[in-house]
Design a protein around this ligand. Structure first.
Ligand code: FAD
Ligand code: ZN
Length: 493
């Protein structure tokens, strides 16, 4: 079929408001959030409901037209945009943004996949409930994208990843059939848990069109502490101590190295060191409580006092009010921005190891990098409570693009080899997309890739759902490998 007739048939399904073909309109859908992956598409379809999604996907199956599902396009690994010569149409869920209903007694909320995360949080609050998924992109990412990337964010310690926050899904399968799995059940052992197969699949197995999400009691008070710790080992002990004192009230426990704070103080206006003297490492801990009042703050203060007596923390402050708490979080949240402002090459890694192995990983990776790359600096911060570090290597000064690409490859392999020795993950939060295909062939066991390929072939035998993402081609020569070009260095910025 010519592109022309395909577009006419798409237009017949979604009508004029649902179809974009003007090059100026298409552009924002073809570039990823970081501006690293640029592709091309003949059309963006914006269906209004699941029946339209199903009709679009059925037409694409019939015509063998590849599809890229797209949510808020805030993903970090180039999964949400078409490839340069892929010929994919973009299927945007943006118009499917209705809250379908709240069942307060069941503690669930049903939504269409294109709902913006912040709007879902707000709908939950209006029902005096909490939807705990929270991340920097919450004002523009969509729940369908959160589900498809199994997004993490700042509350994973207490509430889990997106995967843990879902009871039901509606999915349009790659042949255009609709699977209605919109059950709000907390117990259901009737065979395989099919919804989990689509979560974290980055749009390669089907299009999520709606979800039933879990709600939680709304916290009515909170406490935030910034504490200096002598080492990552002490930070881990502090985590254990706080958990034994405060139970599951702890929602976040972030580790921050001193040079991260230095970067923030240097580049982010209005920031200041919360403590009078510099220290090597810090943690930022957040607690939430359904009770009102200051009890939670007193609990945190007591626990930190005990930690200081045991030498697990050398100094600490607790925020007096919401403004101070935001000020402490700003020091953590602006680290990526501050690092980007520093002149030099930054190679970013989003890794996970078992929580107990974090200190050993940090020590080994730092020693290996410094031995191999003289002058390298490590900018290490992240979700210590989840064993997930944003482990960035920084090389001062600018390299030529080709040299930077070579260096990026070597630095990254050095870090990921150590991650692999610790049975860790080379992509803890951000997924695979187009950026990590090389690592999929390098670090995933053959049997794991075989099982994934078997699932892909079962659900999507025509290979039309987001091709070229997640699974490297069988020779291992996926785009990841050919991407060892000057663009590679930028990948890690
Ligand atoms: P997109 O980027 O549009 O798509 C992501 C993937 O999902 C693509 O593969 C796409 O094809 C697929 N997809 C989208 N919608 C559907 C659907 N309905 N059905 C099937 N497939 C679909 N991530 C974290 O985990 N933790 C963080 O703390 C975090 N912080 C971030 C902060 C910022 C400032 C930014 C820009 C991003 C951050 N991210 C974080 C990345 C995160 O993965 C995304 O923000 C979010 O989960 C993706 O949602 P999206 O709607 O933008 O999806
Ligand atoms: Zn993170």
């Amino acid at each position: 079929m010519t592109a022309h007739t395909l577009i006419e048939r798409l237009a017949a399904i979604v009508g004029p408001p649902g179809l974009l073909t003007d090059p100026g309109d298409l552009e924002p859908y073809t570039v990823d959030w970081r501006g690293v992956h640029r592709g091309a598409t003949p059309a963006v379809v914006r269906p209004a409901n699941a029946a339209e999604v199903a009709a679009v996907v059925k037409l694409c199956a019939e015509t063998r037209t590849p599809i890229v599902p797209q949510g808020g396009n805030t993903g970090m690994c180039g999964a949400s945009v078409p490839r340069e010569k892929g010929g994919e149409i973009v299927l945007s869920l943006a118009r499917m943004n209705r809250i379908l209903g709240v069942d307060a007694l069941n503690n669930t909320l049903s939504v269409e996949a294109g709902c913006i995360l912040a709007n879902i949080q707000q709908a939950a609050r209006e029902a005096s409930r909490l939807f705990p998924l929270s991340l920097g992109a919450e004002g523009s990412c969509q729940i369908g994208g959160n589900l498809s990337t199994n997004a993490g964010g700042v509350n994973v310690l207490r509430y889990g990843n997106t995967r843990d926050l879902v009871l039901g899904l509606e999915v349009v399968l790659p042949d255009g059939r609709i699977w209605d799995g919109m059950r709000g059940l907390r117990k259901d052992n009737t065979g395989y848990d099919l919804k989990q197969i689509f979560i974290g699949a980055e749009g390669t197995l089907g299009v999520i069109t709606a979800a039933v999400l879990k709600l939680f009691p709304l916290p009515r008070s909170g406490a935030t502490a910034w504490a200096a710790v002598p080492s990552p080992e002490a930070a881990l002990e502090l985590l254990a101590l706080l958990r034994s004192h405060c139970g599951d009230k702890m929602t976040a426990f972030e580790l921050i190295s001193r040079n991260c704070l230095d970067l923030v103080l240097r580049h982010i206006p209005g920031t200041r060191d919360p403590l009078p003297a510099p220290h090597g490492w810090y943690v930022l801990a957040e607690l939430g409580d359904v009770r009102e009042g200051g009890a939670i703050r007193a609990e945190l203060e007591g626990a930190l006092g005990a930690a200081m007596e045991r030498g697990l923390a050398s100094d600490a402050v607790i925020a007096e009010n919401a403004g101070q708490s935001q000020g402490l979080w700003k020091l953590r949240e602006t680290i990526p921005e501050a690092a980007r402002a520093e002149p030099g090459m930054l190679y970013r890694h989003d890794i996970a190891v078992a929580v107990s192995r974090v200190p050993a990983f940090i020590a080994e990776a730092q020693a290996a990098l410094q031995a191999r790359f003289p002058g390298i600096d490590v900018i290490c911060f992240g979700h210590l409570g989840d064993g997930n570090l944003h482990y960035n290597a920084f090389v001062p000064g600018r390299l030529r693009a080709d040299a930077a690409a070579r260096e990026a490859n070597d630095v990254t392999q050095c870090v990921f080899d150590i991650v692999a020795r610790h049975h860790g993950s080379f992509s803890a939060e951000h997924g695979i997309g187009q950026s990590k295909l090389l690592e999929m062939s390098r670090y995933k066991a053959g049997v794991e890739l075989e099982m994934m390929r078997a699932l892909k072939a079962t659900f999507d035998p025509l290979g039309i759902m987001n091709p070229g993402k997640v699974l490297p081609d069988e020779s291992g020569n996926g785009p990841g490998r050919t991407e060892a070009t000057p663009a590679l260095a930028d990948r890690y910025r």
